[in-house]
Write a protein that binds this ligand. Structure first.
Ligand code: 4AD
Ligand code: MG
Length: 433
């Protein structure tokens, strides 16, 4: 079979009435004795193949009869329009060339437990639902890059192996770097600050790691983060970028991924409401609202998932919680000049119980204050000399944020767990496959 002769299922609409050939897998076969129905997929789409016994050769009929779930084949047939089928097309099969008959495919149409499916993640990816999620994830990534590329941001790649921490020392993955100690990056932010001083507006997109012993539906050990960093941009301006950014991503998915959202049964009305401006409340206001909801919390404590969910339920789109107490936030956040016990920061909380998807802040630009923070947080002055240099040589106000890709995918797809948002999730008790 020559490559040039083959088409993709996604492209069958351009070949109505023509004879075409494509490589595919069989997902299911039904036979009435006189007619066989083959459910076929090639990764780009799905189509039903139909064989009428009286109309095909005995050999083609026999070959089709041998096909089992996940057998691979080249199929030839004539494309017909069929308004009743989900794809809009059907294939009148005239030829079947078996590549391999598959035996005992582990994932059958019956219900399987999540652990079993995760053990077979390498095969589970073939399911229409998993395919739809990965397609949406790819579209989200493309929308993210499009947003920043069109606005004069430069993509910069921070290192993955780092000598020190960016987001606190308790969640670091330690590794040996020859004779030195090194850590897998928790966030590229500190490096992106250096890049912003060189290129003005920058963003990174890469894997980050948290050795967090959290086993929740929102936590991964390895997750992908988008981290924009902007020179001469204050907290307020950064919030405006964030709401435009997230709205852009959602609208791109609504535009480009209709069939995938439908496969997932996603309520798109909730997504259509995602438009700026996003509501904002301060940490102080959140504490008051929580008290009214019967979830009293002493001032100074951090919110947990139930608090975030309860607050988000008050709004119909993503919302910001701003001005957290500095004691519960990272060392680099700039204190509010009017009220130094809180910082110029915000978490963006997704609606529908998906929790924090963005964390961001204005950064400390005063070298003396930064040095003070190193002491308070017991961070080695030596390890952060380069970071201090950014405040020594032409310091400027600057802000940035990090969007967690998997939580964003979970929210946009309407999934109950982040484990399905990435092809091979790394979780507390899962490193295989
Ligand atoms: O709030 P975080 O820890 O912020 C930072 O790392 C900053 N340095 C970002 C910056 O300002 N450049 O993480 C940012 C986002 C969170 O809002 C969340 O969406 C996601 O990253 N995230 C996780 N996603 C999955 N699993 C985890 N364990 C996550 N931890 C954070
Ligand atoms: Mg955070």
């Amino acid at each position: 079979m020559e490559m040039k002769d083959k088409i993709d299922i996604a492209g069958v609409g351009r070949h109505i009435g023509e004879s075409v050939t494509f490589g595919c897998w069989l997902t299911r076969r039904r036979s009435s004795g006189k007619i066989q129905f083959l459910q076929l997929r090639d990764g780009t789409g799905f189509i039903q193949g139909v064989l009428v016994k009286e109309e095909v050769s005995e050999q083609v009929w026999e070959e089709a009869s041998r096909l089992t779930q996940e057998s691979s084949l080249y199929v030839t047939g004539v494309v017909r329009e069929d308004p009743r089928s989900p794809s809009g097309f059907e294939l009148s099969v005239t030829g079947v060339e078996i590549i391999q008959i598959s035996h005992d495919y582990p994932i059958t149409p019956k219900e399987h437990g999540v652990d079993f499916l995760m053990d077979n993640r390498h095969l589970w990816l073939r399911a229409p639902r998993q395919r739809a999620i990965l397609r949406i994830r790819a579209q989200i990534i493309s929308a993210i890059q499009g947003f920043f590329d069109q606005r004069g941001f430069t993509l910069v790649d921070p290192p993955i192996l780092t000598p020190s921490s960016a987001e606190g020392t308790t969640e670091l993955f330690h590794i040996k770097y020859f004779d030195e100690d090194a850590y897998l990056t928790q966030s590229g932010q500190l490096y992106m600050e250096a890049a912003a001083m060189a290129l003005g507006k920058v963003y990174s997109f890469g894997p980050t790691f948290r050795a967090e012993k959290s086993k929740t539906r929102r936590h991964l050990i390895e997750f992908w983060m988008i981290e924009p960093e902007m020179a001469f941009v204050d907290h307020e301006e950064s919030l405006r970028v964030q709401e435009q950014f997230v709205s852009h991503v959602v609208s791109c998915v609504l535009e480009s991924c209709k069939p995938e959202l439908e496969t997932l049964g996603r309520d798109v009305a909730a997504l259509e409401r995602v438009k700026p401006p996003f509501p904002r409340i301060t940490y102080d206001e959140a504490i008051v609202m929580l008290k009214e909801l019967g979830m009293e919390l002493p001032w100074g404590e951090d919110f947990g998932a139930p608090h975030e969910t309860a607050l988000a339920e008050k709004f119909d789109r993503p919302m910001f919680i701003t001005h957290y107490p500095s004691a519960i936030k990272a060392f680099y956040m700039k204190p509010d000049p009017n009220r130094p016990d809180v910082v110029l920061c915000a978490d963006m909380i997704a609606p529908e119980g998906y929790g924090e998807i963005v964390g961001g802040s204005q950064r400390i630009d005063d070298p003396a204050l930064l040095e003070e923070r190193f002491k308070e947080h017991e961070l080695s002055q030596e390890a952060y000399q380069w970071y201090l240099d950014l405040r020594r040589y032409g310091t400027v106000p600057h802000s940035g944020f990090g969007l967690g890709l998997e939580r964003t995918v979970a929210w946009i797809c309407g999934l109950d767990h982040v484990r399905e948002t990435i092809a091979f999730p790394r979780m507390l008790y899962r490193l295989y496959p």
